[in-house]
Structures are given as C-alpha cells and as structure tokens.
Design a protein around this ligand. Structure first.
Ligand code: GLN
Length: 456
C-alpha cells in the first residue's frame, strides 16, 4: 500500500472570488447581474456543481438514467439544487448513474458507461459514478449524488474523492427521484473534506416540501476548520475511534485491509484511541437492505406508467399501455428489483421477507447506537475492493450486491458517513485509490467533518 500525503487537498477549492485570481470571469448571466448590482453573492458563487441525473433540474433534462424518462424536463428544481443555485452555484451538467440509482457500477445506465478517471478500463463505482468521476477528473469542483445504500460513498472510494452521506432527513429529498424513500439521501462529492462540507451546509435543513426533512438546527459544519487545532501535535486527543471488526476480515482485499490499518495508525498519531468493535449483526445488512430497497422501489416506480411521466408506448387498452410503456422503458436490473420487491410484499410472503427485514433493521440500528455510545466515530473500508474492470460483474448481480456490504448498514441506521481517500493499491497507471469510511452519530456531520479534515 502506498500512502501518499495530500497537502493540497486540505485547501478548499472553492471561493473563486476571494482569491482575486481572475480579472474577468465568464459567468452565468444571473450571477453576472448580481455581481454588477453589487449584491453579496453567496458562498458558492461561481462554483461549478455537477448534479446526478436523478435529481430534478428545471433547465436541463433529468432522466434518472432511464429510457422511460429520456428527454423529460421537470418543471422545478430539486430543493438541494435550488439552494445551491441561490448561493451562487452554477450547475455544469447532469451526471450519469445506474438507472434510478439501482446499481454499483454506473453500467446500469440506459445511455452510456462511465469510466474511472484513474483507469479508464475500470468502473467508477455507482450508482453516482458520474458525479464521482466528474470531481475526480476535475470537470467540476463539487457534485451532488444520492446515497440509498452507498451510492455516494462507494464511488467516492473508487474515484479517490471525498463523499459525504448525511443523516437521513438532513437534506430535503424534494426533487430526488424516489428509489427507496426510507433510505434515500442526497449527498456531496468534493476533492477535499472542506469542499464536500461547504456544499452539504448549503443544501441542508428543513424543507416544507419534504415531510421527512428534519427540523434539527444546521450548525456551521466548518466552524472548527479555521481553528488552530489541526496544527497541534495531537489534534484529535481523546477521540474514541472504533474499527468495525466485521469489515476487515474474509472477503476483503488485502490491500484494502492494510490501507485501513494504516489509517488506524494515523488516527493514533493524531491522539485518538483506536479499538476494534464488533457489530455481530453487520452481515445481516445486505439481505435486509436488498429486500427493503426492492420493496420500496416496486411501489415508488409504479408512478412511471407512461401517462404521468416520460415515454409512452401507445396501446388501445389501458393495461397494455402501462405494460408496454414499462416493458420498453425500464432496463433489466430495474425490472428485476420490481419483481423481487413485489414478491417480498405480496400476501403470504410479507411476514417472511419484508417484516423480517424490518426487524433486522431495528437490530442493526440498535447495534450502531450501542457502538456509538462507546465510540465517537466508527471506521471501516468504504468497499471491500478497489475499482474493478468494466464488465467484470455486469452479469453477476449477486457479486455486485456483495460489494455493498460496507455501506448499506449505515443507510438502514440512518446515520451520516464520510468517505475519504486513505491509500492506494497497485493498478491502473497511478495506483487505485482506497477509501476510508467514518460513521458518526445521527446529525453529527459537524464532528465527522472536523475529524475528516484533520485526518486528511
Ligand atoms: N448499490 C446499491 C443498490 O443498488 C446502492 C444504490 C444507491 O445507494 N442508490 O441498491
């Protein structure tokens, strides 16, 4: 494992105006007008943001990566997009994804395959692979993704960027195409912890258009960043870090395990105590997640009926119109999820699958609460392997699902988590990045960002 220092990544890449680097800026006109009028442009002024294509934008098509919504233009901006724009952000583009967020490689898009900037023959991860690749390839400063079971964190890990999944309810889901509503979150990518944190701060907070968005105060996530603490010799003195034992065992690449052990040593150098903590229910997360996510998606995706949204395949009978529009519009992974979900929810099977998975979810949530009583943060790899080859798992959905083992539990528990690069393994031309996942207590984003910034 090659551990490389990343001194530049500590600097936010934001704040294009405060550096006075440019004489003339080629701005989007609305920002130009605001600057000309002497208005105080927001903290994201001129910052180029890319947005995952399952997040609605009024001035650009929003397809969710699906044929069924090809060319669809929503009449409104998602709340997260609206807030970022109000603070001056410029949306540069809509990024590729696995159809409706269902996948871990971005190969499940109906339109194109996205490559990993570290090695173009490898996947960028998914489902927010386009948003991760865009930041990694420096096509934008920050980007928005969605994370239902790891779709921000795993691609951040594969592409060597920072990925931040907020607490469930921290960011409004209004305008995010629903996949599994009880797990869906909008998250942020950046090339530093600060960048991801600034964007998250901009989009957080209660929204009357999303009843599940939280009323919790949104503290200034970055208040600790300017303090001298990161220059002290033991800036994280007293912090209790729990390394989740179940995440560094069988089935995890040796290079990943060794990068996580070096990260643990780095925490110790910074003054933390690091102890292994066991979450015995950890491996139950995957089956429970796939039952719950498929069940919720089978219900959420019923809205794509060829009448209310998107593309229609005409038929004389209403039922055949629905059937042919959906048969034509959805890809195979989405159809499989709808079938699995419908099965798990059907009378006679509900108790054995859906109800059981909900019970497992409670067990998992409780075990995290307990572990977070004894530890300030929990750490694990973000994925069991680095980025793999395009096509490698395309015809083996179970192998692809197994790669989500590190992330899905966090969604089931509704907790915030930050992923940041912590090392490299051999591969590609410059090595392949490995991501460290830090999991915090509910609404503990401020602490996660402080720790992440000092660690980085
Ligand atoms: N890979 C997981 C899935 O396919 C997670 C996706 C996500 O977080 N949107 O369901």
């Amino acid at each position: 494992t090659l551990q490389t220092p990343r001194p530049l990544s500590r600097l936010p890449r934001f704040l294009p105006f405060s550096t006075n680097a440019s004489i003339t800026l080629n701005q989007a006109d609305s920002l130009d007008r605001r600057i000309a009028a002497g208005e105080d442009v927001g903290p994201l002024a001129g910052v180029l943001v890319a947005v995952k294509d399952n997040i609605c934008t009024a001035d650009m098509p929003s397809t969710g990566g699906s044929r069924i919504l090809e060319g669809y233009r929503p009449p409104f901006d998602a709340t997260a997009v609206k807030r970022a724009k109000e603070l001056g952000a410029i949306v540069v583009g809509k990024t590729n994804l696995d159809e409706f967020g269902m996948g871990s490689t971005t190969e499940g898009s109906a339109f194109q395959v996205t490559a990993n900037p570290w090695d173009l023959s490898r996947v960028p991860g998914g489902s927010s692979g386009g948003s991760a690749a865009a930041v990694s390839a420096r096509q934008c400063v920050v980007s928005l993704g969605s994370d239902t079971g790891g779709s921000v964190r795993q691609p951040a890990s594969f592409c060597g960027v920072v990925g931040l999944k907020p607490t469930y309810g921290r960011v409004s889901r209004f305008g995010l195409m629903a996949y599994a509503s009880s797990l869906d979150t909008i998250g942020c990518f950046g090339s530093s912890v600060a960048d991801a944190g600034i964007l998250l701060h901009a989009i957080s907070g209660h929204d009357r258009f999303d009843a599940t968005s939280s009323n919790q105060d949104v503290p200034n996530f970055l208040s600790h960043f300017v303090s001298a603490s990161s220059f002290e010799s033991k800036p994280l003195k007293g912090l209790r870090v729990g390394l989740i034992r179940e995440t560094i065992g069988d089935g995890v690449d040796a290079g990943v395990i060794s990068a996580i052990h070096s990260a643990a040593s780095h925490f110790e150098e910074l003054g933390c105590s690091v102890n292994e903590v066991s979450l015995p229910s950890f491996s139950l997360g995957l089956p429970a997640y796939y039952i719950l996510a498929s069940s919720e998606s089978s219900s959420n995706l019923s809205r794509y009926d060829g009448i209310r949204y998107g593309n229609q395949v005409y038929a004389d009978e209403l039922d055949s119109l629905y059937g042919s529009s959906r048969a034509n519009g959805f890809g195979s992974e989405v159809k499989m999820r709808i079938l699995m979900g419908t099965y798990a929810l059907s009378a006679g099977y509900y108790d054995a699958y859906y109800k059981r998975a909900q019970q497992v979810r409670t067990i998992i949530r409780n075990s995290f609460t307990e572990a977070l009583n004894q530890n300030d943060i929990l750490i694990s790899p973000a994925a069991p392997s680095p980025a793999y080859k395009i096509g490698e798992k395309k015809n083996d959905p179970l192998a692809m699902y197994a790669g989500d083992i590190m992330t899905v539990n966090v969604n089931l528990a509704g907790l915030p988590a930050l992923v940041l690069p912590c090392g490299f393994v051999e591969g590609g031309t410059a090595g392949l990045p490995i991501g460290l996942q830090m999991i915090g207590a509910a609404f503990g984003e401020e602490e996660l960002l402080r720790v992440g910034h000092i660690f980085e």
